[in-house]
Design a protein around this ligand. Structure first.
Ligand SMILES: [Zn+2]
Ligand SMILES: [Zn+2]
Ligand SMILES: [Zn+2]
Ligand SMILES: [Zn+2]
Ligand SMILES: [Zn+2]
Ligand SMILES: [Zn+2]
Length: 224
């Protein structure tokens, strides 16, 4: 077997430099679509909606047979508006639950407590006004307001809505949205300096540096 592995390595070496200078960046997070083409199901990442943590809608092809668990995100985000799960939360859900029933068995209080235990929680509340206000209200919340307030917390940290911070399950901590991102191909939270090479199909470090797999460049490398 190891001989096969060795010859693979050889191929890779031959490829080195082949793409030098060409832009090989392909941010998989930008491929998000607003509908899928499935005819049924939508239970796997092959569904364009499921893949990006979104529920299906009337323009999708799936109709009443749709089993996309992300149709039930109001459990976390409330009914006010339709939200998608951010890439890190989507991946955590896919790793932990198989369907909508299991999704609704996730203990929201436990999840909220877990997030509040993160090392950077109080720092984040200090830097971000919205989180600061949230934390202040949480301290004197009445029982019947709790669920609404927890869902607000989840909307700020786990949804696709822009905010200063998101909660990273990869790192078990708060991350700033402009410093860290979760790559949907590599399924990990990466530094903003990392970019996804479409040739090598993995993230590589250094926005101004060539990809260490193929020598390709990031779109940002022109500006740097
Ligand atoms: Zn689908
Ligand atoms: Zn869909
Ligand atoms: Zn669907
Ligand atoms: Zn992540
Ligand atoms: Zn990647
Ligand atoms: Zn590459």
């Amino acid at each position: 077997m190891w001989i096969d592995d060795y010859s693979d390595d050889d191929d890779e070496e031959q490829n080195t430099g082949q793409k030098s200078g060409q832009i090989t960046e392909k941010n998989p997070n930008d491929e998000k679509k607003d509908k899928c083409k499935c005819s049924k199901g939508c239970t796997k990442r092959t569904c364009a909606c499921f893949k990006f943590g979104s529920g299906c809608n009337a323009s999708c092809g799936c109709g009443p047979s749709c089993q996309n668990m992300f149709n039930h995100l109001e459990y976390f985000f409330g009914n006010e508006k339709k939200y998608s799960a951010n890439p890190c939360f989507s991946n955590w859900l896919v790793e932990n639950v198989k369907n909508a029933d299991e999704l609704k068995q996730i203990d929201r209080n436990q999840l909220q407590e877990r997030i509040m235990k993160a090392a950077c929680y109080s720092d984040a509340c200090g830097f971000d006004d919205e989180l600061g206000k949230w934390a202040k209200k949480w301290k004197k919340i009445s029982n019947d307001e709790k669920l609404d307030h927890i869902q607000k917390f989840f909307r700020m940290l786990l949804s696709n809505e822009d905010s200063r911070y998101y909660y990273s399950f990869c790192r078990e901590d708060f991350e700033q949205e402009d410093c860290t991102w979760h790559c949907v191909k590599c399924q990990e939270c990466n530094d903003w300096r990392e970019w996804h090479c479409g040739e090598c199909k993995k993230c590589t470090y250094g926005i101004s540096l060539p990809c260490n797999g193929c020598g390709g460049r990031s779109e940002m490398s022109n500006i740097c």
